[in-house]
Design a protein around this ligand. Structure first.
Ligand code: MN
Length: 229
């Protein structure tokens, strides 16, 4: 096989204490998965239909790398989220089997151009420009489930320049991980290498160039990035 030009390098994240990397296929995200965040966005808390969107795999920024402030916005927001990495897949996966697809967990940032999202919502347009831009998905190293698993009392936290901006226990999630995976698998065939962002708690706010972000999922995962010009 001869390609017209070199194919892009695979996107991957390191796996803690293993020397191996997890190759990333797709990035799925769920919106409005914490009631307090749905309310701060002026939305009804609604568990009838989950809100899904995606980011391209090459939007991923690995731990410790800088995140460029994106163009076309003056209101870049942080959303700290637990990220689930899949080492199995399928279609129409039942809730009872969905947890077995999970390879490990990370903490990530669903960076959002909030001004573009507000304009899209007002006009009933897609969210791609608000959510799926370059460098919009910083993700930590992955912690495999055979090392540690988050529980209901695991705290998801984001500090910006040392100050806590977002903090919640995972118990506050409206859709739990097996439910999210089961619902997603009704819409898409899930596969090894998929990452799923599982929603953000309240406290989202604007970032500035020069800000240092430190995200954590209990003792399981840590992420650090700086917003640069
Ligand atoms: Mn989000």
């Amino acid at each position: 096989m001869t390609y017209l030009f070199d194919p892009p390098a695979p996107v991957s994240v390191p796996i803690l204490d293993s020397g191996k990397r997890f190759p990333v296929r797709r990035i799925f995200c769920i919106g409005r998965n914490y009631a307090e965040h749905a309310r701060e966005m002026g939305m009804e808390v609604d568990r009838s239909t989950p809100v899904f969107f995606t980011k391209p795999a090459d939007a991923l920024v690995t731990d410790g790398a800088d995140t460029p402030y994106p163009p076309a916005t003056t209101d870049l927001h942080h959303e700290v989220e637990m990220v689930v990495a899949l080492a199995g897949g399928g279609r129409d996966v039942p809730v009872s089997r969905a947890a077995s697809l999970v390879f490990g967990h990370a903490v990530g940032l669903d960076l959002t151009r909030r001004d573009l999202q507000a304009a899209s919502k007002a006009k009933g347009l897609p969210w791609d420009t608000a959510k799926a831009f370059d460098y919009s998905a910083p993700v930590s190293a992955l912690c495999p489930v055979d090392k540690a698993r988050p529980g209901d009392d695991t705290v998801l936290r984001l500090r910006v320049n040392g100050e806590v901006r977002q903090q919640a226990e995972l118990a506050a999630m409206l859709w739990r991980v097996p439910e999210i995976l089961a619902e997603l698998s009704r819409l898409f065939e899930l596969k090894c290498g998929d990452l799923v962002f599982t929603g953000t708690p309240a406290g989202v706010a604007a970032l500035q160039r020069g800000d240092t972000l430190e995200a954590e999922l209990g003792e399981i995962a840590h992420l650090r990035t700086r917003i640069v010009d």
